[in-house]
Ligand binder design. Structure first.
Ligand code: IPM
Ligand code: MN
Length: 347
């Protein structure tokens, strides 16, 4: 079988050590299954921006298109480059240009991890719309710097976009506990969110086996904390999903455990896999970033590439590591210690 061509973009801050950790661990797992990975490291980052004026080369998108998967660490170092420049120069255009419309974020407690809720019963799969909505980038500013200044940023919700993300959520619910929660704010936002509710109802008729609930985003935020066991698959717009997945990460024990996959389900372009945590410049020099979120994201990549056996090896090694009490509390173990522990448990 041909090797899987993987683009590795460590990016900024702790993105580098966690991407190196993830690559080491998945390479080891794949070797046991005779699966070949062909990695290409791309130094696209804020430092690259300072040198070249671009986060990625002009033909960066074309370069990436040739890969089977993209493993990304983190983007952003606001002291060097404003986030509004760095994110719009690298992470966000990849999600949009490659139609990675489904951002999958699993939130569950790994063995040995005690989350802030002190419950064992926490397993939510968030499906975040990833290409439009509040992140569409439609807007502008006029009369800048004057008393008459106006800033407009319009959310865009298309039938195609809303329908495909909800459908993706319904399919995920079928593979899990058969429950779908659709998130809006249709009591206040009477166009886009009422539209989202309508599409939810239309699709629900096609999935009679799925139990559908509609929640307002504020109410479901409370439910994440008060009754998380009532939730299974949660489908939300780009911004609502962004916020709810940091909450999900916190409940699963911290951002060091939160993995994500930016999926192009049609496979017309590569998908991208990244930990949710970001670049964390404040701890970047300390060597204590938890690589588990990145390793888990890389396991999701193997799964997407059809390498389910290797993916399962990686997940089992992560779980054996946390079950042994390694990497379960922030700052307790170094990045290297956790990586070695996972690596030692790849069997
Ligand atoms: C995330 C991040 C990004 C987002 C930022 C860095 C633009 O918070 O992946 O959750 O909002 O999508
Ligand atoms: Mn976020």
């Amino acid at each position: 079988m041909a090797a899987h061509k993987i683009a590795l973009i460590p990016g900024d801050g702790i993105g580098t050590p966690v991407t190196q950790a993830a690559w080491k661990v998945i390479s080891q797992a794949c070797a046991l299954d005779g699966v070949e990975l062909d990695g290409t490291w791309l130094d696209w980052s804020c430092d690259t921006f300072l040198k070249t004026g671009r986060m990625m080369p002009e033909d960066g998108s074309e370069t990436l298109r040739a890969f089977d998967g993209i493993l990304l660490g983190a983007v952003g170092w606001p002291q060097k480059v404003p986030d509004s420049v760095s994110l719009h120069g690298l992470l966000l255009p990849i999600r949009k240009n490659f139609t990675q419309y489904a951002n999958i974020r699993p939130h569950r407690l790994l063995p040995g991890v005690v989350g802030p809720l002190r419950t064992d019963n926490f397993d939510i799969l968030c499906i975040r719309e990833n290409t439009e909505g509040e992140y569409s980038g439609a807007g502008g500013r006029v009369h800048q710097g004057t008393a008459d200044e106006v800033a407009v940023e319009t959310s865009i919700f298309t039938r195609k976009g809303v329908e495909r993300i909800l459908r993706f959520g319904f399919e995920q619910a079928r593979k899990r506990r058969g429950k779908l929660a659709s998130v809006t704010k249709s009591n206040a936002q009477k166009y886009s969110m009422v539209f989202w509710d309508e599409v939810t109802d239309q699709l629900a008729a096609e999935y009679p086996d799925i139990e559908v609930s509609r929640y307002h985003v504020d109410a479901i935020a409370a439910r994440f904390v008060m009754a998380p066991e009532t939730l299974d698959v949660v489908v939300a717009s780009n911004l609502f999903g962004d916020i709810l997945t940091d909450l999900g990460a916190a409940i699963q024990g911290g951002l060091g455990f939160a993995a994500s996959a930016n999926i192009n389900p049609d496979r017309s372009a590569p998908s991208m896999f990244e930990p949710v945590h970001g670049s964390a410049p404040d701890i970047a020099h300390l060597g204590i970033a938890n690589p588990i979120a990145a390793i888990w994201s890389a396991a999701m990549m193997l799964e997407h590439l059809g390498e389910t056996a290797s993916a399962a090896r990686v997940m089992a090694a992560i779980e054996a590591t946390t079950a042994a009490g390694i990497g379960t509390t922030p700052g307790q173990n170094s990045t290297d210690e956790i990586t070695r522990a996972v690596s030692d448990r790849i069997v």
